[in-house]
Write a protein that binds this ligand. Structure first.
Ligand code: IVH
Length: 666
C-alpha cells in the first residue's frame, strides 16, 4: 500500500470504527460483532504503526494514551458551572412554578430530566475535535481530566459538525460495572467503594488514565456551556442538537406544560428509579425557552429557571446493639454494626458495615447509640451518623482489641492502610475465608463445597490448610452433617477433578492480594509454569504490561514467604497441575465450532454462559456478544429475546442448549 492509499484507508477505517463505537456505546444498538470490530481495529492499529504520520488524536486507537500525570492542571470555566436550588416536596415545586409564572407569565414549558448521581464534567470541542475535559470543581475552576474522559467510549473524540462548543453532562458508573468492580476489589482484598458515585469520581481523579479505562464509565450530556455560534432557542432543541452531534443524551427526558405533570413525573421516578442501571438522586426541572431563561436570570448560586427535586432520603433511625468483628481472607478485620432491625427502602436491615476503626472514631459511634443508617448506593447499608441528642450515658466507646478475634494473636496496622490486620498465616478465620475463595467458581471451581461444609471441616479439625482438602477421606466426610454416600463421592470426585485445572485457577485461588482472576490468567499465560512465576523477580513480573507495580510487589512478597513455597510444594506432591493449559490446548479443526462466530443468548440450564463460552473457545470457536451478518450460529437458551429475533431475521442457524451439549461432547 502506498502512502496515499494508506492515508485514505486510515480515514476510512477511523470513520467506520467511530460509527460502530457510536452504535454500540451511544445508541446501545451494535450492528457488527465484536470480532468484526476487533478485526477492523487491528487493521487500523497496523496501518497507524506503519504510517505514524497519519495517526490522529481522534482515532479510536487513541482512547488510552499518554503517560500518567504528576498532577491535574487547572481549567477556568468561562461560563461558570452552577449548581441548582433544591425542592424536597410537592409544595417546593409549586412555589418554584409560581415564582416563574409571576416573573415571566403563563407561557412556560418545563423540561424534566433525571438527575444522574455522578460527577459533573465539561467537554470542550474545537472545530469538531474533543480538546479538553474538566471537572466542575468549585464551578469557576475545575481540573483538566481530558486523558481520563477520553477513555469513556460514549464520549465522541470527534463530533459530526466542525463546531466549537463546550458541552456539559454527568459522568457515572453504571450499577452493573459498580457491582463487578466491588466484587473484584473484594476478591483482591482491596477496600470497596461505598456507591457508584464515589467509584466514578475515584476513577476520574486518577492520574493514570489506564485506571479509568478499565472502569466502564459512561456519560449523559445535558447542557451546553460556552457556544458562540449558538443556533438553538430552547433547551429541548439543544438536547436534540447534542444528540445529532453524536452525544449520548438521556432517553427519559420529557417536556411538560404544567407543574402538575412535572409533579407526576417526579412521583413516577421516585418509584421507578431502582429499575435503572444507574443511580439517580432526583429530577432536574428546567424552563425550556432560552429567552425565558435569560429573563429569569440567576441568584448568587443558581439559576432561577431550574430546580433539582431531590428524592426522599432512604434513611432510617435505629439502635446499635453491638459491634462485631470479622476476619477476611487477607486478615483484614472489619467491624460490623449489629442493629435493631429496621425497614429501609423496602428491606429489613439488621447489620451495617462500619468499614474500619478510623470511621468509627471519626463518627464517634458507640455501642448502644441511636444511629441514622442509609443504604449507600441502595446496596450496602451504612451508618451515616449518631443521633447524639438521644445519648443517655449508657453508651460504650468501642476500642479495637489488641488481638485477632479468631486466633487471639496480636494484630497490626500497616502503614498507610486503615484496616487492622491479623498477620498470623495460620489464623483459622483467614484460612476458612481463604478456602471459601479457593473452591469458588472462578478459582478451583469445586462443586459441593459450600460455606456450611467448609465450616464443618474446620470445626471437625479435618482441615488446617488448603492442602488438607486434597487429603480428605471418604470416612471423614461421611461423619459430617447431611453428607450421604452420594454427596461424599460427588465431592471427592470434584476435588480430584480440580487437580487437573489449568494454572490460572490455582493462582487465583491462592488469594494473593490484588490478583484477580483476569490477572491470574495473564500471569499463567505468561509464565506457563508455577515454578517460573515463583522464581521470577518483582521486575520480571512488572514487565508484563497488564501488571502494575502494586500487584507485582504483592506477588513477589507472597512467594517470598516460606509457608507459601511449602504450600505449593505440598499441592504439587498431592498431584495438582502446576502448568498453564489455557489457550495452548490445540483447537480441534474437526469440531463444528472451529473457526465459527457464535452468540450465546438466553438462560442455559446445564452450563453457565461462561462455561459454555470456554468450552466453545477451547474447540476453536469465537463467542461474541451481538448478532450480526457475521454470526454463524446462535445458541438460544430459555427466554431468549431480541438476539433470537435478530438471528431469525438474518437467517442464522439456531441451536438449543441440548444441540450445543451434544456437539461439545462429540
Ligand atoms: S443541570 C445550571 N441536569 O446536579 C444547571 N444537572 O446541583 C446545572 N446533575 O452539578 C446543572 N443530572 O452535577 C443538570 N440532568 C441534569 C443533571 C444535573 C445531574 C448534577 C450536576 C449538577 C448538580 C446540580
Amino acid at each position: 500500500m502506498n502512502r496515499e492509499e494508506a492515508k485514505n484507508k486510515i480515514v476510512e477505517l477511523k470513520e467506520e470504527l467511530n460509527q460502530y463505537n457510536y452504535e454500540y456505546y451511544v445508541l446501545d444498538q451494535p450492528t457488527v460483532s465484536d470480532a468484526y470490530y476487533d478485526q477492523k481495529l487491528h487493521e487500523l492499529i497496523a496501518l497507524e504503526e506503519e504510517f505514524p504520520e497519519y495517526q490522529t488524536s481522534d482515532s479510536p486507537t487513541q482512547r488510552v494514551g499518554g503517560e500518567p500525570l504528576d498532577k491535574f492542571e487547572k481549567v477556568d470555566h468561562r461560563v461558570p458551572m452552577l449548581s441548582l436550588g433544591n425542592a424536597f416536596n410537592e409544595q417546593d415545586l409549586r412555589d418554584f412554578d409560581r415564582r416563574i409564572r409571576e416573573q415571566v407569565g403563563d407561557e412556560v414549558r418545563y423540561v424534566c430530566e433525571l438527575k444522574i448521581d455522578g460527577l459533573a464534567v465539561s467537554l470542550r470541542y474545537e472545530n469538531g475535535q474533543f480538546v479538553q475535559g474538566a471537572t466542575r470543581g468549585d464551578g469557576k475552576t475545575g481540573e483538566n481530566i481530558t486523558q481520563n474522559l477520553r477513555t469513556i467510549k460514549s464520549i465522541p473524540l470527534k463530533i459530526r459538525e466542525e463546531e466549537t462548543i463546550e458541552v456539559r453532562g454527568e459522568a457515572f458508573m453504571p450499577q452493573k460495572s459498580f457491582l463487578a468492580l466491588n466484587e473484584q476489589r473484594k476478591k483482591a482484598g482491596e477496600d470497596q467503594f461505598a456507591n457508584p458515585r464515589n467509584a466514578a469520581a475515584g476513577s476520574l481523579r486518577q492520574l493514570d488514565p489506564r485506571i479509568a479505562a478499565n472502569r466502564n464509565l459512561d456519560i449523559f450530556l445535558y447542557s451546553v456551556g460556552e457556544w458562540e455560534a449558538a443556533t438553538t432557542s430552547s433547551h429541548s432543541e439543544q438536547l436534540q442538537y447534542l444528540k445529532e452531534l453524536g452525544f449520548k443524551t438521556n432517553p427519559e427526558t420529557k417536556t411538560f406544560d404544567s407543574i402538575d405533570e412535572v409533579i407526576q413525573y417526579t412521583e413516577e421516578w421516585t418509584i421507578k428509579r431502582s429499575e435503572l442501571d444507574y443511580e439517580i438522586d432526583g429530577i432536574v426541572i428546567k424552563v425550556d425557552s432560552i429567552d425565558l431563561q435569560k429573563e429569569l436570570g440567576f441568584t448568587a448560586k443558581s439559576p432561577r429557571w431550574a430546580i433539582a427535586f431531590k428524592f426522599p432520603a432512604e434513611e432510617a433511625v435505629t439502635k446499635l446493639h453491638d459491634i462485631e468483628l470479622s476476619v477476611g481472607r487477607t486478615g483484614a478485620i472489619t467491624p460490623t454494626a449489629i442493629l435493631e432491625p429496621v425497614q429501609v427502602a423496602g428491606t429489613t436491615v439488621q447489620r451495617a458495615s462500619l468499614h474500619n476503626e478510623d470511621l468509627i472514631i471519626e463518627k464517634d459511634i458507640r455501642i448502644n447509640d441511636t444511629v441514622v443508617i442509609k443504604k449507600a448506593g441502595d446496596i450496602i447499608p451504612e451508618v451515616v451518623r449518631v443521633v447524639t441528642d438521644e445519648r443517655t450515658g449508657d453508651e460504650q466507646v468501642f476500642r479495637m482489641p489488641k488481638t485477632c478475634p479468631a486466633c487471639d494473636q496480636p494484630i497490626e496496622k500497616i502503614d498507610g492502610e486503615v484496616a487492622w490486620r491479623c498477620v498470623n498465616p495460620n489464623c483459622p478465620a483467614q484460612l476458612k475465608e481463604g478456602l471459601i475463595h479457593f473452591v469458588s467458581r472462578n478459582a478451583m471451581n469445586i462443586d459441593g463445597l459450600g460455606e456450611k461444609v467448609i465450616e464443618q471441616l474446620f470445626d471437625h479439625q479435618l482441615i488446617h490448610s488448603i492442602a488438607d482438602l486434597y487429603k480428605l477421606q471418604k470416612g471423614d466426610l461421611l461423619a459430617l452433617e447431611r453428607m450421604g454416600e452420594k454427596s461424599v463421592s460427588n465431592l471427592l470426585e470434584a476435588i480430584e477433578a480440580s487437580k487437573e485445572n489449568s494454572l490460572e485457577r490455582l493462582l487465583f485461588g491462592l488469594g494473593i492480594r490484588f490478583v484477580g482472576s483476569k490477572a491470574a490468567d495473564t500471569l499463567a499465560a505468561h509464565f506457563k509454569k508455577m515454578d517460573n512465576l515463583i522464581n521470577a523477580s518483582q521486575e520480571d513480573i512488572q514487565d508484563i504490561p497488564e501488571i502494575g507495580e502494586k500487584m507485582a510487589q504483592s506477588i513477589a512478597a507472597y512467594f517470598d514467604q516460606e509457608e507459601a513455597r511449602e504450600l505449593i510444594n505440598e499441592l504439587s506432591e498431592l498431584g495438582l497441575n502446576m502448568e498453564y493449559l489455557g489457550a495452548e490446548v490445540e483447537a480441534d479443526t474437526d469440531s463444528v465450532f472451529f473457526d465459527k462466530t457464535i452468540v450465546l443468548t438466553g438462560k442455559l440450564e446445564k452450563l453457565s454462559r461462561n462455561e459454555a463460552k470456554q468450552q466453545i473457545e477451547a474447540l476453536g470457536g469465537k463467542v461474541t456478544g451481538s448478532v450480526s451478518s457475521k454470526t454463524d450460529l446462535l445458541i438460544a437458551g430459555e427466554d431468549a429475546g431480541s438476539k433470537l429475533d435478530k438471528a431469525k431475521s438474518l437467517d442464522i442457524e439456531i441451536w438449543n442448549e441440548a444441540q450445543m451439549l451434544e456437539a461439545l461432547e462429540a
